[in-house]
Design a binder for this molecule. Structure first.
Ligand code: NAD
Length: 412
């Protein structure tokens, strides 16, 4: 069974050892700084009451206010929030963003609730958590939450605090202080970082065969970017299976098919394949954009790609990571590849604090520049330490920044 927190903490220790971090700092970073667990009683439409478990983890705030997602899913637990909050701390620090890592959410299957029940749940999350605002902990969207959920959360926060505070909640609609380009940021960013890695390794983009697992917010946008750049996207899947086409899928038409039928399967002119088969399909670029822990010791020997671009958080176990590197597969790690949204959230916060809102061109340009900067810095660090892995390079850069902030503050 994949243990996300154990894997993330082990990776932190590996990077800390190479970077020779102060043992006291390592001890501090071995567990989250603050964990809040609470219960939300929710009045259902039929007058009954259901109780939901909820959490908020703030991993480390030495670099700035903790920040990021609110996940609402049936199998969420506090351990998953801790792992994701650690990863968010690293993603922010590796991207030179002055923020700590946060993650929280509610154990609940949103599909079991009516729209009104779901709105009441989102609002109740804010009332019971009572976040302290933009200078302390900034909540954003994640699996199970979207622009509308975050709009309700911001409204609840503003009603309670009695003032407008657009920078208190991220991933909200532009009409109430959100940023343009938020929905596409991660998928577009995956392509930005891929292009940089491709340039670096002399990889020809035109005609490159790409396989994408997951066709949601990240996977669908990334697949469109690959296709628009001249790549052949030969296989795509969602939770209900995948489709394959050697000549390359029409990604825009597949998106329409998915919107109409609710799945990618049965797209005309394609061969069906399972998610296991999809991951093992021969290709040039493999983009896992669905779940954590899908590339493991068991299937790593069967992965046939040159480049693995991790759009999902934690798709590759550490054991698989080592096996893939041994086989010479280049890995663009999650904390670099899917950091588009954290750069957008930083821009959303700056715009919200200043009430000065930017055009999409400015936002796209800054996102690209900052993502590429983080990637280059990680590659350079990996080279300096003689490491094959940009993953360790990124974690070392992040941990060193966090350590410097901790030391400067006089905590350790
Ligand atoms: P999403 O819910 O929009 O889409 C997820 C996709 O994965 C869906 O197509 C779903 O059908 C598919 N999926 C679910 N279970 C699957 C399975 N067992 N096998 C194959 N496909 C399966 O989510 P998203 O926002 O696109 O996020 C995808 C991943 O990217 C997650 O790991 C998330 O943490 C990570 N991520 C997302 C963002 C963001 O901005 N949305 C940012 C950083 C990281």
């Amino acid at each position: 069974m994949y243990d996300f927190l154990e894997q993330s903490t082990r990776l932190m220790h590996q990077a800390a050892e190479v970077a020779e971090l102060d043992p006291a700092v390592v001890e501090l970073l071995s567990a989250p700084g603050r964990v809040v667990s609470f219960r939300i009683p929710l009045k259902m439409d039929d007058g009954s009451c259901r109780i939901f478990d909820a959490y908020r983890v703030r991993y480390n705030d030495a670099l700035g206010p903790s920040r990021d997602g609110t996940r609402i899913s049936a199998d969420l637990d506090v351990e998953e929030c801790k792992a994701l909050a650690l990863i968010m701390s690293v993603k922010h620090a590796a991207g030179l963003i002055p923020a700590g890592g946060g993650k929280g959410g509610i154990t609940c299957n949103p599909r079991e609730l009516s729209k009104l029940e779901f709105e009441r749940l989102c609002r109740a999350y804010i009332r019971y958590l009572r976040p302290s605002g933009p200078d302390y902990d900034v909540l954003g969207a994640d699996i199970g939450t979207d622009l509308q959920s975050m709009a309700w959360m911001l409204d609840e926060y503003e009603q309670i605090s009695g003032r407008h505070a657009p920078a208190a909640i991220n991933d909200k609609p532009p009409i109430i202080g959100g940023t343009l380009g938020g929905y596409e940021a991660t998928g577009r960013g995956v392509f930005d970082v891929f292009r940089e890695a491709a340039d670096e390794t002399g990889f020809e983009i035109n005609g490159t065969r790409v396989v994408v697992q997951g066709f949601g917010q990240v996977g669908s946008v990334a697949a469109q970017m690959f296709a628009e750049a001249g790549c052949r996207v030969i296989a795509i899947s969602d939770s209900r299976g995948g489709v394959y086409c050697e000549e390359g899928l029409d990604v825009a038409a597949l998106l329409e098919h998915k919107q109409q039928s609710g799945r990618v399967a049965d797209f005309p002119g394609t061969t069906p394949l399972t998610n296991t088969e999809l991951l093992e399909t021969e290709c040039d670029v493999l983009v896992p954009a669905a779940l954590q822990g899908v590339i493991t010791e068991e299937n790593a020997p069967n992965i046939r790609t040159q480049l693995l671009v991790e759009a999902a958080n934690g798709p590759t176990t550490l054991e698989a990571d080592a096996l893939l590197m041994e086989r010479g597969i280049t890995i663009v790690p999650d904390v670099l590849a899917n950091a588009g949204s954290v750069h957008l959230c930083q821009m959303e916060r700056t715009q919200g604090l200043s009430d000065d809102y930017w055009d999409l061109e400015t936002i796209n340009r800054l996102r690209r520049k900052r993502l590429v900067g983080g990637y280059r810095a990680a590659v350079n660090t990996a080279a300096r330490y003689n490491l094959a892995s940009a993953r360790l390079g990124a974690w070392i850069n992040a941990l060193k920044r966090i350590e410097e902030a901790i030391k400067t503050r006089g905590w350790c």
